[in-house]
Write a protein that binds this ligand. Sequence first.
Ligand code: AMP
Ligand code: ZN
Length: 114
Amino acid sequence: MTDCLFCKIVNGTIPSKKIYEDEYVYAFHDIDPKAPVHILIIPKKHISGVPDLRNDDDVVIGRIMRVAHHLAQENGIATSGYRVVVNSGKDAGQAVFHIHYHLLGGRHLAWPPG
Ligand code: AMP
Ligand code: ZN
């Protein structure tokens, strides 16, 4: 999509602090971190959100979860614990309509979330 912030991050039009990339997935530091570790993991392909997932996307979504654990290990939060969050829609506060998984950790994360 030409007018999507995260597509522009994937193609380099908008800069990001990249920490991981493979054929399906791109990961970068959140610009406004809510925890000591706050990484966004996204499919390179444009998918607007959870409601737009198709059968064909199962591979990339599975990959994202495995990348989340890999990046948790690399960032020293795999043992202490971490959260992987997807916001979908208005009540959840989804602001960017290119599906993204927040990897959060490095502090106690309250439950239930706000
Ligand atoms: P959400 O509310 O789930 O849609 O989350 C969107 C996230 O994208 C927020 O945590 C923002 O801080 C983050 N964000 C917005 N613009 C950028 C950017 N240019 N680079 C990195 N993260 C961003
Ligand atoms: Zn996009």
